[in-house]
Design a protein around this ligand. Structure first.
Ligand code: ADP
Ligand code: MG
Length: 707
């Protein structure tokens, strides 16, 4: 299809969207209010159309339109689509920015970005003076960064007359969400006007299955069951595309492999007279997928072919795929949760909430009546699935966002306007970690080190290690490592057992080239070997390494280097000297960031963590230190995998002397003292009010439990 034909099609499609009829009123509403809430069914055109309406209405004359997305892929895909609709090159008038990937230019006026990116921009420009409109999208997802942005918008831009910070005219804030929680959101934003776009939805017939019951909550058998169900739908149902909801990349790839294998030999069961489907087009969809592959998802399938998209939760609200008539729902999602057993955030597979399941089912009813096949039983729904998804803010570590808030001058992080308050102990835990990393002082004030740390889009421990290395003048050791730890998994794991053996051997070989048995050093030497190779992609292929992941690691390293260079120009950038060999310097730098993840061998192959949780942990079989436990005493680790056991992944042996002075920090600090600044500013009267409110809330919770 030619470019203009494609545009004509996109243009006529966009006029069919439910939002189109409300175009003028919407623009008026944005013009007339500081805050506006726009709600509407997924697929009604909010994300792709509203920014274009505002652009055409002249909102870009003195500033940009910024649209945030909780998910990186959504920001990229939607920007591509809008650039196509507006007939411009991506990166010119329409662009996107996500962590480590900036596709914008001087000309960019419609900018899609992740919520994390906007939060970083606020740090550099608290008044958001470059923007005329900020649209917070997908607010119902309740991602941590979007929730924080909501609070910041309320705090900073509630009073347009007072909005200073170098703005020529008051910032317009639009908050967009699916139909959930509209009243609560409007009330939070000073009872702002609500604009709801009436959607057209068709009934979806939901059926429970028998494959997954309450006993299967920990099993991984759902992949096979989902495949079975999808094939069954394909063989027995009339034409219409299938959308399968699974948990993550590896599960999706496994499911697609199985589908390819089995789809060949399908026995079609529906009436031959009616037969309109001859084949199955299987397409994966997950966050870290190459974007050119994602484009296919939106294309209609060839005639007589049924499309089957196997996706993560991204297809639940962020992206809308047309033509879906059947849903196959696994009932599970991969979610980052704070695990109190190990005191860390862990990506785990958990049952979705009932509201999430309804959202998934709704994807089948956009253009005509649909069907949703759940692989789980009614009992699983009743007993294992919570009513609503808990906001990320209430289940993950707050360390990074609290540092950001503090750097923005929000000292009282306890009384910050949260849409839903996180538990106080989570806030205190974050303050404690920041104190341990020297990012804040005893009174809860940001230190000069904290001001440097906030500039890095990395987890605080890793940032601390990078800064330590830079202080010693050996950032060339830590920057590549930080990059390698920030990209997706670099090791290829083939499905075939023979191939797997070959890959394992290659990976073991890579672990020895660094000269020391240490998983961090292995990552570093993979980075260096590949970079210095004449044919890096061939090198990767030979060593069973994902070339795409390494390519992004190279780019991430460059970007981190640029941030560091900028910071090193500051007059107060610390400088220290140290002599010793490189392997030791690397490990000592790691200790400054990872001393919170220290474990000491206690018995046999068992280690005990030192962070006060005293959990028993093991070395993961993928580590080069696996089976060498007897030779080890003290180790640090990057993260853990929790199954029936807790496994440390990416492990490095250390000496006790290197952490001896740091370990007391894990215990000495009185967390209440750290929040004292927050409390001092509160008058007694206010405190009373707050406490009464809290008490009332707790009473309500207790009452709710009794019911
Ligand atoms: P909302 O934000 O209200 O959920 P969107 O603006 O995301 O709605 O989607 C509106 C329409 O645009 C949907 O029908 C969707 O299929 C279509 N669309 C979005 N992105 C693309 C794309 N990359 N290619 C083709 N169609 C797309
Ligand atoms: Mg949207």
């Amino acid at each position: 299809m030619s470019k203009s034909a494609r545009w004509d099609k996109a243009d006529s499609e966009s006029k069919q969207l439910p939002i189109y009829k409300h175009k003028d009123k919407l623009v008026e509403s944005v013009r007339n209010s500081t805050f506006l809430l726009v709600s509407g069914e997924t697929g009604s055109g909010k994300t792709t159309q509203l920014p274009q309406y505002l652009y055409r209405a002249g909102f870009c004359k003195n500033g940009k339109i910024g649209i945030t997305q909780p998910r990186r892929v959504a920001a990229i895909t939607v920007a591509q689509r809008v650039a196509q609709e507006m007939q411009c090159t991506l990166g010119r008038e329409v662009g996107y920015q996500v962590r480590f990937d900036d596709c914008t230019s001087q000309d960019t006026v419609v900018k899609y970005m992740t919520d994390g990116c906007l939060l970083r921009e606020i740090l550099a420009d608290p008044g958001l003076s470059q923007y005329s409109v900020v649209i917070l999208d997908e607010v119902h997802e309740r991602s941590l960064n979007t929730d924080i942005l909501l609070g910041l918008m309320k705090k900073k831009f509630s009073n347009p007359a007072k909005a200073t910070d170098g703005r020529s005219s008051p910032l317009k804030v639009v908050v967009m969400s699916a139909t959930l929680e509209s009243d609560k959101l409007s009330a939070f934003l000073n009872n702002c006007p609500m604009f709801s776009i009436p959607g057209r939805t068709f009934p979806v017939d939901c059926m429970f299955g028998s494959a997954v019951g309450p006993k299967d909550i920990e099993s991984t058998g759902y992949v096979k069951e989902v495949v079975k169900m999808a094939l069954d739908v394909h063989a027995s149902q009339m034409s219409g595309d299938i959308l399968v909801f699974l948990t993550g990349q590896s599960e999706i790839e496994r499911a697609c492999d199985l589908l390819f294998e089995k789809a060949e030999s399908i026995d079609y069961r529906y009436d031959v007279e009616d037969q309109t489907v001859e084949g199955l087009l299987i397409l994966p969809l997950y966050g870290s997928m190459p974007t050119d592959q994602q484009r296919q998802i939106f294309q209609p399938p060839p005639p007589r072919i049924r499309k089957c998209v196997v996706a993560t939760n991204i297809a639940a609200t962020s992206l809308t795929i047309n033509g879906i008539k059947y849903i196959v729902d696994s009932g599970f999602v991969k979610q980052l949760n704070h695990n109190s057993r190990v005191g860390m955030d862990i990506l785990e597979v958990v049952p979705i909430s009932k509201s999430e399941a309804q959202q998934r089912a709704g994807r089948a009813g956009r253009t005509s009546a649909g069907k949703c096949f759940r692989i789980y039983t009614k009992e699983f729904w009743e007993k294992c699935m919570p009513d609503y998804t808990v906001p990320e803010l209430q289940r993950t570590s707050l360390t990074s966002v609290i540092l950001t808030l503090k750097c923005l001058g929000v000292h009282d992080v306890i009384r910050f306007p949260y849409l839903d308050c996180p538990e106080e102990r989570f806030i205190l835990e974050a303050l404690k970690q920041l104190y341990q990393f020297d990012a804040i002082d005893r009174r809860g004030r940001v230190t000069s080190l904290g001001e440097l740390m906030v500039e890095f889009p990395l987890q605080p421990g890793l940032t601390r290690a990078v800064l330590k290395a830079a202080t010693l003048g050996c950032q060339d050791l830590l920057l590549p490592l930080a990059a390698m730890l920030s990209v997706e998994n670099i090791f290829i794991r083939p499905g075939h057992p023979e191939k797997q053996k070959e890959a394992d051997e290659k990976h073991r070989g890579l672990a020895t080239i660094s000269g020391s048995t240490n998983d961090f050093a292995t990552l570093l030497s993979i980075f260096q070997s590949c970079k210095s190779s004449d044919r890096p992609s061939a090198w990767c292929k030979e060593n069973w390494i994902h070339w795409r992941a390494l390519k992004s690691a190279f780019s991430v390293e460059t970007q981190l280097g640029e941030i560091l260079l900028r910071l090193q120009k500051r007059r107060d950038f610390p400088v220290e000297t140290y002599d010793g060999n490189k392997s030791e310097i690397l490990r000592r730098c790691l200790c400054t960031g990872y001393f919170t993840n220290v474990a000491r061998r206690s018995m046999g192959k068992m280690f005990c963590t030192m962070d006060g949780h005293g959990s028993m942990v093991h070395i993961h079989p993928s580590s080069s230190l696996f089976d060498l436990e007897a030779e080890l005493n003290w180790v640090i680790f990057h993260d853990v995998l929790v199954t029936s056991r807790v496994y440390m992944r990416t492990v490095c042996p250390i000496r006790y002397e290197w952490v001896k002075d740091l370990l007391p920090k894990l215990h000495e600090v009185d967390v209440y003292e750290l929040s004292s600044v927050a409390r001092e500013e509160v008058t007694d009267e206010e405190m009373m009010k707050w406490e009464t409110k809290e008490a009332a809330k707790r009473q309500q919770e207790v009452a709710a439990e009794d019911v």
